[in-house]
Structures are given as structure tokens and as C-alpha cells.
Design a protein around this ligand. Structure first.
Ligand SMILES: NC(=O)c1ccc[n+]([C@@H]2O[C@H](COP(=O)([O-])OP(=O)(O)OC[C@H]3O[C@@H](n4cnc5c(N)ncnc54)[C@H](O)[C@@H]3O)[C@@H](O)[C@H]2O)c1
Length: 249
């Protein structure tokens, strides 16, 4: 019962799911939160069946009231939040001149404001404990730029800025804040983009152009996140730790 509690947003799929599974294996009590409540609960049940402790909670990160309700539910079921991994996100592909104001605002609301909401709602528990770990999943596209993704790239660049500023403010409280910008990780998001012909080429072709010659695996991100939320990583904060096989480096 003394194990720390982690909230993973977007925990029902891809990177978030791998992070939730990995943290549970490391002995952390995990709240798998996602817009897709059914998938979040199924993921939590699977983690529990494998010997971990998890709760599945439906939560739209872009809706402040839902975030507050969801985190209260986490506290009720598992305890105060010590670790937050913000993985919930939505991709967007459109020529710049065709990005509607609505599409711009939607991506900013989910990817950037969603990260803001979850950090602001989780941080009081961490301040109280004088210990906390936040890992924000940004994107390697925010480091190198990406055509036809201006709204997405801007939202993820915002996540990098948020991470750096928050790290400076929360360092004295015993809380670290870092960001992992993934590059080309084989998840349902990436495969959806491939199927819709939005990658310009196949995943296999892109992998052949990647310095390490393979797509990333969600477990690659999970391993890095697991380190960043550990006690051992307490002197690392405000950092951009790319896990991208050398892409956009
Ligand atoms: N896969 C990649 O190559 C890649 C590269 C760079 C960045 N990323 C980022 O990594 C994160 C995870 O992506 P993934 O590839 O695992 O995608 P994914 O689509 O497999 O998983 C994303 C999860 O987020 C959830 N989600 C979406 N909107 C939400 C909302 N408003 N509230 C709560 N949950 C919501 C979805 O339901 C889904 O379960 C995203 O932020 C994405 O932008 C991924």
C-alpha cells in the first residue's frame, strides 16, 4: 500500500499503455486514464491480472472539470498522485493554409492545455509530499519541424516550453519535470497515419532511413520514462530526452 501512485494519460494505447504496464511492473500503483474509458478499464484489468495494481479511469485531458473529477477518483481509489506521465495526444496533418481555427484550437486544447490541466491538478499532491515526477510526452517533430503539421508541432513545442519553465519553478519542491520527444514509434497512431497515406511512405521505408534502422517501440519510451520517474533520476530536470533512434537529432 506504500507504493507510489502514477497517473498515465492516454494510457489505453501505444506509448501510454506501455508506460502504464512498465510502471506497474516496477511496483508503482497506476491509474490508466484515457478518453476511451472502456479501453482504460480493460488495460487496468490486464495489469491487475498480471499482478500489478491499477485503476482504469475515463478522462478527457482537454476538459478541466473532467480532469479534476478523474484525479479525485485516482486519489480515492489509489491515493495521492506522485508521478504524472502525460501521453494523451492527437495527431494532425493539414496544409498550413487549410488548418481551420477550430482544428488549431482542438490540437492546442488536447496536446498543450491538456498537459497544463493535468500538471496543475496533480502538483498540489507532489508539493504536499515534497516529491514528484512529471514526464511530458512531446514529439521529435517539435525539435526539427515537420511540414503539414504546424498545429501539432506548435502544440508539442509548447509542451517542451511548459516542461522547462515548470521544472525551474518546481525544483525547490522536490519535483522534477522532463519531456521525452518520441520519434517514429510503432503505435496505433503511427499505423493510422500510414494507412491514411500521411507519412509520405511506408513505416518500413522510414525505418530504413532512421539511423538505428528500425521504428521505435512503445517499450523504448516506457524504459526512459521509468528511469525519469525513479529516485535515481532526481538530479535530472527540465530536460528534453529524445527517444527517436537518432531522427531529428
Ligand atoms: N507514435 C509516435 O511516433 C509519436 C511520435 C511523437 C509523439 N508522439 C506522442 O506520443 C503520445 C502517445 O501517442 P501514441 O503514438 O501512443 O498514440 P495512440 O493513438 O496509440 O495513443 C494515444 C492515446 O491518447 C488518448 N487520447 C486522445 N485524446 C485524448 C484526450 N483528449 N484525453 C485523454 N486521452 C486522449 C487516445 O484515446 C489514445 O488511447 C501522443 O502525445 C503523441 O502525440 C507519438
Amino acid at each position: 500500500m506504500n507504493a507510489r501512485v502514477a497517473v498515465v494519460t492516454g494510457g489505453a494505447s501505444g506509448i501510454g499503455l506501455a508506460v502504464a504496464q512498465r510502471l506497474a511492473r516496477d511496483g508503482v500503483r497506476v491509474a490508466v486514464t484515457d478518453l476511451n474509458g472502456e479501453a482504460a478499464r480493460a488495460a487496468a484489468e490486464k495489469i491487475t491480472a498480471e499482478g500489478g495494481t491499477a485503476a482504469g479511469i475515463e478522462l478527457d485531458v482537454g476538459d478541466r472539470a473532467a480532469v479534476e473529477r478523474g484525479f479525485d477518483e485516482v486519489r480515492r481509489q489509489l491515493g495521492p498522485v506522485a508521478i504524472l506521465v502525460n501521453s494523451a495526444g492527437k495527431e494532425g496533418y493539414r496544409r498550413f493554409l487549410n488548418i481551420s481555427v477550430e482544428a488549431w484550437e482542438q490540437l492546442l486544447r488536447i496536446n498543450l492545455t491538456g498537459t497544463f490541466h493535468c500538471c496543475q491538478v496533480a502538483v498540489p499532491d507532489m508539493i504536499e509530499a515534497r516529491w514528484g515526477r512529471i514526464v511530458n510526452i512531446s514529439s521529435s517533430s517539435a525539435l526539427g519541424g515537420q511540414p503539414f503539421m504546424t498545429h501539432y508541432v506548435a502544440s508539442k513545442a509548447g509542451v517542451i516550453g511548459l516542461t522547462k519553465a515548470l521544472a525551474l519553478e518546481l525544483g525547490p519542491e522536490g519535483i522534477t519535470v522532463n519531456t521525452i520527444p518520441p520519434g517514429f514509434i510503432d503505435t496505433p497512431m503511427l499505423r493510422r497515419s500510414e494507412e491514411r497515406g500521411l507519412l509520405g511512405d511506408s513505416v518500413d521505408h522510414h525505418a530504413s532511413q532512421t539511423p538505428v534502422r528500425r521504428p521505435g517501440r512503445p517499450e523504448d519510451i516506457a524504459a526512459t520514462a521509468a528511469f525519469l520517474v525513479s529516485d535515481e533520476a532526481g538530479y535530472i530536470t527540465g530536460q528534453v530526452i529524445a527517444v527517436s533512434g537518432g531522427r531529428n537529432t
